[in-house]
Design a protein around this ligand. Structure first.
Ligand code: FCB
Length: 462
């Protein structure tokens, strides 16, 4: 039975647009996700985040749930257009006050605030001005980071600049299945760069405003890429370059990998990277956030057969995998979650050990891991989600195995505290350990919440 260290940070995670609602209250302006979800046909069932989990109005109740779970940390994200409407200018008092209450409410309950600055909700005005492919967005992001450092920097335990810039760049600007629904591969690579640059500038801004002991981090959805056979080494290398090293390179090593530049040469010459940018992106970090759901399996495509695209990221008008035109994404053996993602926790152990090998001085933290399942409500009114308990247990065992083998893992955050707006899937996919009734907004603990509370309390997997 694996046991975790005393100071291991146990938490749950959410993101602003997925839970808050109150989309047009107290001065908040639209983000690209408001525009996306209000565009007919882009989100399943026409769902929007207008109300979401109504967390904005149920803050105290949700804070009490966190306290009852006994978690030591809570990862939330700040809605940029709520605190800086339009993405420029001064802070918006009422918006900042909401996060200030959230942070104080956490601290009063002895829960460490882990704040993500950007979980995909770019102010629409900044997208209208060009969005992440446009260099100025990185500068605006740094200004926003400074405002938040000034407002909350004395109380936030860990700052996460970006959540999964992979998704922002490639799903937002290449395949178009996420906001702002553009399908422009060259723009997607420019977005990659400006996200990397924005991250570095934001860390600098936070270091100059936040408490000296505040931890700096970024969350990446690193893909653990495997090849079907030995012959697929080049496919693995290409997918790893565009998915992982496109971010790890500049952020942790101060340079883009040469092979990435070569693989994507027909799409862009990368002239948007200016002298000094890579150094600016590479700021000292205290911990690297890792989101893990499943591994990725690739094969060299023969160019003739129907190309498999089972990458788990929804089929869009174009592929998010720029520079991987000869790579197939192969369907993996089950079992699967409701997202169609295969359950394979061995990828998490391997990924953590790879990071430990490549960046031995950089501790990691699992900032998201979890699963969507059907979650029927039983006759007794409860959700007996043994499948989710099994998923979480497997993945925590995999984390323990990596730690046993030397990886320095500091914490683990379940995605998610509660059922919420699952982006283009709307509310149909339930990831919460707490159920949210869509009609009444009532919160009910699933069996997994009870199980997780015991894990947190004991530091052991039952
Ligand atoms: C991640 C996102 C998170 C959630 C999970 C299921 O990619 O960061 O918001 O949607 O997937």
């Amino acid at each position: 039975m694996p046991a975790f260290p005393e100071n291991f940070l146990w938490g749950t995670a959410t993101a602003a647009y997925q839970v808050e609602g109150a989309w047009n209250e107290d001065g908040r302006t639209p983000s690209i996700w408001d525009t996306f979800s209000h565009t007919p046909g882009l989100v399943a069932n026409g769902d929007t985040g207008d109300v979401a989990c109504d967390h904005y109005h149920r803050l105290e109740e949700d804070l009490d749930t966190l306290a009852a779970l006994g978690v030591g940390a809570y990862r939330f994200s700040i809605s940029w257009p709520r605190v800086q409407p339009g993405g420029r200018g001064p802070a918006n008092g009422p918006g900042v006050a909401f996060y200030s209450r959230l942070v104080d409410g956490l601290l009063a309950r002895d829960i460490s605030p882990v704040a993500t600055l950007y979980h995909w909700d770019l102010p629409q005005e900044l997208e209208d001005a060009g969005g992440w492919p446009h260099r100025d967005t990185a500068l605006r992001f740094a200004d926003y980071a400074r405002l938040m450092g000034d407002a909350l920097g004395d109380r936030v335990h860990t700052w996460i600049t970006l959540n999964e810039p992979w998704c922002s760049a490639y799903l937002g600007y290449a395949s178009g299945v996420h906001a702002p629904a553009r399908t422009e591969p060259a723009a997607a690579l420019a977005a990659v760069h400006h996200l990397n640059l924005g991250h570095g500038l934001a860390v600098q801004a936070l270091r100059s405003t936040a408490a000296k002991d505040a931890r700096m981090s970024v969350t990446l959805n690193l893909h653990h890429v495997r090849g079907v056979s030995e012959a697929d080494g080049d496919a693995v290398r290409r997918a790893d370059a565009v998915a992982n090293r496109a971010f790890l390179g500049p952020m942790l090593e101060g340079a883009y990998p040469r092979d990435l530049i070569e693989d994507t040469a027909s799409v862009t010459d990368w002239s948007f990277v200016r002298d000094g940018d890579e150094a600016a992106a590479c700021q000292p970090l205290d911990v690297l956030g890792v989101n893990y759901y499943n591994p990725t399996l690739v094969r060299q495509w023969d160019g003739a057969s129907l190309r498999e695209t089972a990458d788990g990221h929804q089929d869009g008008a174009a592929s998010p995998w720029i520079g991987c035109e000869n790579v197939e994404f192969v369907r993996q053996p089950g079992p699967y979650t409701e997202m169609g993602w295969n359950i394979d926790e061995t990828g998490l152990t391997e990924l953590l050990l790879r990071l430990h090998r490549d960046y031995p001085a950089m501790p990691t933290m699992i900032t998201e891991n979890g699963a969507a399942f059907p979650d029927p409500v039983d006759a007794d009114g409860r959700v007996h989600d043994e499948d989710r308990v099994d998923y979480l247990r497997r993945h925590l065992t995999a984390v323990a195995a990596a730690m046993e083998a030397g990886a320095d893992v500091r914490g683990y955050f379940v995605w998610s505290l509660m059922d919420n707006f699952e982006w283009a899937h709307g509310y149909a996919k339930r990831f919460g350990i707490v159920r949210v009734d869509r009609d009444t907004m009532e919160r009910t603990w699933k069996d997994s919440a009870h199980w997780y509370r015991d894990v947190v309390a004991t530091g052991k997997l039952a």
